[in-house]
Design a protein around this ligand. Structure first.
Ligand code: SF4
Length: 503
């Protein structure tokens, strides 16, 4: 789809216009000039005074014309960025409206293309805005549908029930630990995940670096009296290392981190059932880790084969029971909607199998075509469901979880996600993962240790976010973990000293 845009010279509009076009069309191209061969042209007029007034006129090659206009009061802004954001949102408003009218597709998230929609509602709650007014604003300013606003509200309410001090946890941190190994690489995966076989040397050096990072960061936290809210071991698959290596890693955590007994939650992703053994479950239990993930993704064997998961459905079920028998009492399971070759019947089957297990939480993902994945590179090889079917499956997940006593407690969206839907974490009330809430709502610093671990530093006094990424591949990590640790300690010193100088 080629779209001519006329009347918006500022290049800062290019990306938001492209992101919104991507919600409607698989392949689209925005061109800033009129060309007869383009499928559609949209002419904007923009005026900025006390109000920002925008209109858009869409004309397609068949001569159909669709018009929309919008006016909004300009609020005082502290920066050019904030000022432009208001104008950009007004432009997005009319742009989305003409595209919706033209394609007859309603975008349930309106003009929002970001990853964390619930943050918007949290901000309004923090500002003391009543829910009625907040909902009206979400509808008027962003064109979000009632259905999604209701979902946002449910999630925000749940998060504040589970973490009543969510808005005052800036002076604590959470820790993410990335173990970059898996038994094999799944086709849709873009995580740092390296097939573990034949890499024992590299695994050992990596763990040496990781222990170093844990010690150094732990020392800093103890020295500054900064507490840890949650710890999350992800990756890769943190249970792909040996039971003995896991044991030493958790021992390091207990020795190096401050006050581990009072950490609210420690999770270990055991995502791939083929990595779970009796011995490893015993190690988890020994260190009081009882929140794990065992991820089926699908209960259809052919699908698992097609996406390169190399484990069986039976293995998922067996390992789940084994984990239960070893006292794991908070198990999350992930399902993915829209995996290649899957439609409603396969998804209904996955839900029926889930019913037999009843994990404490169920995270329902919608397949996303991430740029670097094998699946995206060979898109033609993988046949996936149409938008309507994906939406129906999401609806089924909503009804099924509700009927089985689960509540939604976090959500996030991704770019190029099938049907422009979302990923939703559901759980049996009071079994929520606090780490997932922390990572989504960006209320506190998350320190990333290990390979590919992304840190997000949030200045306690201003809320300003600084991103920092550890290297993704084990070799670079092994060569440079000391420098990366040093860099993180410097950032921590800086942002936490601002807090104490204000106190
Ligand atoms: S198990 Fe998870 S991290 Fe490992 S390759 Fe598959 S999707 Fe990626």
């Amino acid at each position: 789809m080629k779209i001519s845009i006329i009347g918006l010279a500022d290049d800062r509009f290019n990306r938001p216009l492209q992101l919104i076009a991507n919600l409607f069309f698989e392949e689209s191209q925005i061109l800033k000039a009129y060309n007869e061969e383009n499928d559609v042209q949209i002419k904007f007029t923009l005026k900025e005074e006390a109000n920002v007034s925008v209109s858009a006129e869409l004309k397609d090659s068949a001569g159909n014309i669709i018009y929309s206009d919008y006016q909004k009061e300009m609020l005082p802004s502290n920066s050019e960025k904030e000022r432009f954001k208001q104008i950009k949102n007004a432009v997005a408003h009319v742009y989305l409206t003409v595209l919706q009218d033209w394609t007859k597709i309603t975008q349930k998230w309106g003009i929002l293309t970001g990853i964390r929609p619930t943050k918007l509602l949290h901000r309004k709650v923090r500002d003391g805005i009543s829910s009625e007014l907040a909902h009206q604003q979400l509808k008027d300013d962003y064109l979000i549908t009632d259905e999604k606003i209701e979902l946002m509200q449910q999630i925000v309410d749940r998060q504040l029930t589970v973490v009543p001090d969510l808005y005052s946890l800036q002076e604590e941190v959470s820790i993410y630990i990335g173990i970059p190994f898996c038994p094999t690489k799944c086709a849709y995966c873009t995580f740092p995940a390296y097939a573990i076989n034949g890499r024992q040397g590299s695994v050992e050096s990596f763990l040496g670096g990781l222990h170093y990072e844990m010690r150094k960061i732990g020392e800093w936290l103890k020295e500054k009296g900064v507490r840890i809210t949650t710890v999350y071991f992800g990756g890769g698959t943190p249970t792909s290392i040996t039971a003995n290596e896991m044991d030493m890693l958790y021992e390091e955590m207990y020795t190096s981190f401050p006050d581990v007994e009072h950490i609210r939650e420690i999770t270990v992703e055991a995502g791939r059932p083929d990595t779970i053994t009796l011995e490893k479950l015993e190690v988890l239990k020994k260190w009081n880790i009882d929140r794990i993930s065992i991820n089926p993704q699908s209960y259809t064997q052919e699908t698992l084969k097609a996406i390169g998961r190399h484990h069986t459905v039976v293995e998922t079920i067996d390992k789940y029971h084994l984990a239960r028998s070893k006292g794991m009492n908070n198990i999350n399971m992930d399902l993915i909607i829209g995996l290649p070759g899957e439609g409603i019947s396969e998804f209904v089957h996955s839900l029926a199998e889930t019913e037999k297990l009843m994990p404490e939480s169920l995270t329902v993902h919608t397949l996303s075509f991430k740029r670097a994945s094998e699946m995206t590179k060979n898109k033609e090889k993988y046949k996936v469901a149409e938008r309507e079917e994906v939406e129906k499956m999401m609806g089924l997940a909503q009804v099924w979880t509700k009927d089985h006593g689960y509540v939604p407690y976090y959500l996030y969206r991704q770019k190029n996600i099938l049907g422009n839907l979302e990923n939703v974490g559901y759980c049996i009330p009071n079994q929520e993962s606090i780490y997932n809430i922390m990572i989504m709502e960006e209320q506190q610093t998350i320190i990333g240790l290990g390979c590919g671990a992304a840190s997000k530093f949030i200045e306690p006094s201003t809320g300003k976010i600084t991103h920092f990424a550890n290297p993704k591949d084990p070799k670079t990590y092994n060569d440079s973990y000391e420098t990366y640790t040093e860099d993180k300690l410097n950032i921590l010193d800086e942002i936490f000293s601002k807090k104490s100088s204000l106190a």
